[in-house]
Design a binder for this molecule. Sequence first.
Ligand SMILES: Cc1ncc(COP(=O)(O)O)c(C=O)c1O
Length: 443
Amino acid sequence: MNKRAEFAATNLEQAAFWMPFTANRQFKKSPRLLARAEGMFYWTHDGRQVLDGTSGLWCVNAGHCRPKIVEAVKRQVAEMDFAPTFQMGHPAAFEFAERLARVAPNGFSKVFFTNSGSESADTALKIALAYHRARGEAGRYRLIGRERGYHGVNFGGMAVGGITANKKVFGPGVAGVDHIRHTHDLARNAFSRGQPRHGAEFADELERLCVLHDPSTIAAVIVEPVAGSAGVLVPPMGYLERLREICTRHGILLIFDEVITGFGRLGKPFASQHFNVMPDLFTVAKGMTNATVPMGAVFVKDSIFEAFMQGPEGIEIFHGYTYSGHPLACAAGIATLDTYEEEGLLTRAAGLAQHWEDALHALKGAPHVIDIRNCGLMAAIELEPRAGQPGKRAYEVFLKAFQDGVLIRVTGDTIALSPPLIVERSQIDRIVECVRTMLKAVP
Ligand SMILES: Cc1ncc(COP(=O)(O)O)c(C=O)c1O
């Protein structure tokens, strides 16, 4: 056990660390501490190996502690720790943006840097509002999200997000926000392999909101192409196409939140390419730097950027973060793209997707399982909630799997899986068998 892990292990009940999205009192009584990571594995503070079935938090797409990325960060921190990007610049930020634009879909040649998925969501919403104003359509102020959507925890993303627990204690939020319904339809689509067949018509809710509010008041619609945090909700066939069509018809910007789906999770660099539906802006974070250094970004269509370049000379957008384009994050990001390219990781999931799907769907009939969903290298196993104790059963599966040496993730009664893109077939089988065993072990 190294010194830091030893300290943490012995002092937790009174620890100063207020842990995010965590049952602090429960956790500190019985902590789960990770002390080291490499490739597909973590090691706990007491030396147990844990297979990472969740890419950390959907973010370590190339696996842990990849040497090229580690070296690049070390080199950069020794050379220049920080440089501002307000009215100043440094080469790594320009180089990384250029490299990102090269992997992005055609027409997305401009990148705005943030430091997280939450900041990316708020940045994209602000760009959308400012874009309409720049073109003389300041009346477009409404922002539309979706039930069960997750766009981070800042005020904009929280407002358009659709997870009740993340919103209910934080006041009235942002004005002018509405939501379309989610796409989950267990009755018609349970155990769909890949995209479900039913539900394209859920996109028509947007048309209904256009009638209610008048489309000329709507600035943007934001959705995750595959809703991740709410339990891997795969878009029904034809759904994204229909959203695109309605947005185009009414001059509404379509924003894809690709914080999870970006950087190879679905077998193409981005979900828009996988589904062949192009947004107007999209957000990323997580896999952008392989999570080595926090970073996010918003990609915008060239025409959106150009609209900002038509005004009088001067600062074109009064927005940005001290750490936008941080040198360490850029160095990590460039080395991450190198690693993705050298190992073909941005498309590797496509070759694994069938094995992944077959392995996951073999859990049909296992105790408590009421649905299995998959797309690329994402999957969810939804469990029947225990009467009067929502989320408890899945949480127990999570605890037992961790004891058995596999890291899974749970949201409510859904188990979510998304291993690093370097995962081997045998490791997929190990994850699935562990889940099967633990499903049998919980009441
Ligand atoms: C789709 C989506 N958007 C935004 C976020 C927020 O990202 P962050 O936690 O980096 O702020 C997440 C995080 O899981 C996400 O899944």
